[in-house]
Write a protein that binds this ligand. Structure first.
Ligand code: GLU
Length: 283
């Protein structure tokens, strides 16, 4: 049997809080318990929100907690050519189209059509640019018009047929990628979106068990679709519940969760942080 490879994949958009420590520890402990490998990946494709000092803080906070990773840290910003390659392969198969819509235009189109279907990622794209004649789309791209690339989800799903993934403790979970509508696979400023980069990197790093918060469970339906389109083997998944505060709110910077750094500076020890995690999960 192959040994387990897990990963922790934070985005460097802020300081880590208890919720991150919880996610990191699950991935770490699962790998260590099986003499497997635990990898660290910095998901920093969002140049507008990611900051180098947050990346440095992530490494420092994990080291403080005693959560050590194997091998070099992978940074998504260093692999843009690989994402562009995947994109090109899908584009060559006619599965992508450029979308020139701004958020405001999408909102106007939704109002005009009188229907506003929502998927797991929010409003479903109404498909305006999917209907553009190809020669017009090509000319606009050539002229330098700002655009992202969307997946023709329906056509993609027709190619792959029904899909499922393996969730630990649950078994096979059927996927419903159509619920997302035509997702963005490359953003205006980057040849990859979260969905594309995360799926590509889990394969590139040989991850066999993806542990992550339950808020990303629905996204797995899209990730599975991309894996099937590209002929990539699927890892197993273990989505874990999110830590909540006393009011039942998901821990986040916005909900006022203290960062690990604040806890440390206020004199809390790493052992106490780990103890708090145990209390949260068993209590
Ligand atoms: N980078 C994502 C985040 O910080 C997590 C990606 C994943 O685990 O799939 O929310």
């Amino acid at each position: 049997m192959h040994s387990i490879v897990t990963r922790f994949a934070p985005s460097p958009t802020g300081l880590l809080h208890l919720g991150h420590a919880y996610a990191a520890r699950i991935a770490h402990d699962r790998a260590r318990a099986a003499q497997g490998r635990f990898l660290l990946r910095i998901e920093n494709i969002d140049a507008t929100r990611g900051r180098a000092e947050y990346e440095a803080a992530i490494l420092e906070d994990l080291a403080w907690l005693g959560i050590g990773w194997d091998g070099p840290v992978r940074r998504q910003s260093e692999h843009l050519a690989a994402y562009a390659g995947v994109l090109e392969a899908l584009r060559a198969r006619g599965l992508l189209y450029p979308c020139f819509c701004t958020r405001a235009q999408i909102a106007r189109e939704v109002v005009r059509s009188g229907i506003a279907p929502h998927g797991p990622d929010g409003l479903i794209y109404p498909g305006t640019c999917a209907r553009l004649p190809p020669e017009i789309a090509v000319a606009r791209v050539a002229a330098g018009a700002a655009h992202c690339w969307r997946l023709r989800v329906r056509a993609a799903r027709r190619e792959t047929g029904p899909l499922a993934y393996e969730e630990e403790g649950t078994g096979e979970v059927a996927c419903d990628p159509l619920a997302f509508g035509d997702v963005v696979l490359a953003r205006k400023d980057c040849p990859g979106s979260y969905h594309l980069c995360v799926t590509h990197d889990d394969l590139a790093q040989g991850v066999t068990l993806v542990t992550r918060g339950a808020e990303l469970r629905a996204a797995t339906d899209i990730h599975r679709l991309l894996q099937a389109l590209m002929g990539w083997p699927a890892p197993r998944y273990a989505h874990h519940p999110l830590l909540t505060d006393a009011a039942g709110e998901k821990l986040s910077k916005r909900s006022g969760a203290l960062s690990l750094r604040q806890l440390r500076e206020s004199g809390v020890s790493a052992a106490e942080v780990l103890e708090r995690l145990d209390e949260r999960t068993t209590g």
